[in-house]
Design a protein around this ligand. Structure first.
Ligand SMILES: Nc1ncnc2c1ncn2[C@@H]1O[C@H](COP(=O)(O)OP(=O)(O)OP(=O)(O)O)[C@@H](O)[C@H]1O
Ligand SMILES: [Mg+2]
Length: 363
């Protein structure tokens, strides 16, 4: 449904040139919820704005629903108002001098849709986002979450092929954000609308997406479903950006009982034989998620990957205790049950299941 090929965009200010997008290629199948995830300034909004026709790329092509809306080679650039998309902006930009109804009706008025049809479609959009009966309110007389729904309804009222959402939840408080996450996902599934979603919040991306594309500095690093991107990250940036992870560097030192041996500063680790790990003598980067580190007071018997350490810090977070354990020169993060009785400076043992270690080739 959305096909972006080799999209480049530079911004010039004075003599400086800034490369915002370095050749981005994205394919979003029909009906999919696809998320661009990355830190501030990585080019997420620029990508959406190019799709919407609000920025002109330097080169590349953009197709929406089989129609080429931008092609530098063929000299095509369809204006924004003729692209079949609905967009919710990063600052959700509803008009304060209009009622809720007028805000949502606005895109249809521009298209000169008949009055009666406008009424029916706005009512339907209000229903869709759960704001039925609030059409006559002045838009500012709504809570943040309700205003957010107004901008969503305004994006949906044209019944576009594609929905673009640019950090739509960033202005909401934490509780409401979590609730809206479920609602947006449910709405998207109910309407079956192809959605390109932008966020810098990894939990949000994991919660709502069918596919996640991790971006950094104008490049697309990794594209996969939430579970794959979490369990099988293909770059150190992705592993670290999506969830917390312990990162170790090691060298492949042969194999033992069908497992690969890795020499690390912490000691020898055994991991599942992956193609990378079998790369004899090769340098690897090893990721170990804090939730995969088991911490015990007594040495676990008969298990591989057991190391002695000392608890350096414990932070109580309610649902978990975030723990740092010094093992040799390494600091290992672990997550403990909130009722665990470990103390700072306590000697402990850590253990990691070989199947929990993720390895990639070091670059
Ligand atoms: N009009 C502009 N002129 C110059 N530089 C720009 C312009 N718009 C964006 N940039 C730069 O391009 C880069 C990408 O910006 P973009 O808005 O796409 O980032 P983002 O990933 O959406 O970040 P955020 O999470 O902060 O919204 C940034 O470094 C930004 O400063
Ligand atoms: Mg942005």
């Amino acid at each position: 449904m959305i096909d972006i090929k080799n999209l480049r965009k530079t911004f010039r200010s004075g003599r400086e040139t800034f490369h915002a997008l370095n050749g981005i290629t994205i394919h979003v199948p029909e009906g999919e919820f696809f998320t661009l995830l990355g830190p501030s300034g990585c080019g997420k909004s620029t990508t959406l704005r190019c799709l919407a026709g609000l920025e002109t790329p330097d080169s590349g092509t953009i197709e929406i629903g089989g129609e080429t809306v931008f092609s530098s080679e063929r000299g095509i650039s369809v204006p924004a108002y003729r692209r079949d998309i609905g967009m919710v902006f990063q600052s959700y930009a509803i008009w304060p001098h209009m009622t809720v109804f007028e805000n949502i009706a606005y895109p249809l008025k521009i298209q000169k849709v008949a009055r009666r049809e406008i009424r029916a479609r706005v009512e339907k959009a209000l229903d869709t986002v759960g704001l039925e009966g609030l059409g006559d309110r002045p838009a500012p007389a709504l809570s943040g979450g309700q205003q957010q729904r107004v901008s969503l309804a305004r994006a949906l009222v044209k019944e576009p092929k594609v929905l673009l959402l640019d950090e739509p939840l960033s202005n909401l408080d934490a509780k409401l954000r979590e609730q809206m996450r479920f609602e947006i996902k449910e709405l998207q599934e109910r309407l079956g609308i192809t959605t390109l979603y932008v966020t810098h919040d990894q939990t949000e991306a994991l919660a709502v997406s069918d596919s996640i594309a991790v971006m950094n500095q104008g490049n697309l690093l990794d594209v996969a479903g939430p579970r794959d991107i979490y369990f099988q990250p293909r770059s150190e940036f992705t592993a670290d950006f999506i969830g917390l992870t312990n990162v170790l560097r090691g060298k492949v030192a042969g194999s033992e009982n069908g497992l690969s041996c890795l020499d690390t500063p912490m000691g020898r680790l055994l991991c599942r034989p992956t193609s990378v790990a079998h790369h004899g003598g090769g340098e690897v980067v090893i990721f170990l998620r804090p939730e995969d580190v088991a911490v015990t007071a007594a040495r676990p018997a008969g298990k591989p990957n057991v190391f002695e350490g000392e608890i350096e810090a414990l932070v109580f977070l309610g649902e978990v205790v975030d723990c740092q354990i010094k093992v040799g020169e390494e600091l290992v993060r672990a997550r403990l049950h909130p009722k665990s009785a470990f103390q700072r400076r306590q000697k402990v043992f850590i253990e990691a299941d070989p199947a929990a270690l993720i390895t990639i080739r070091a670059h």
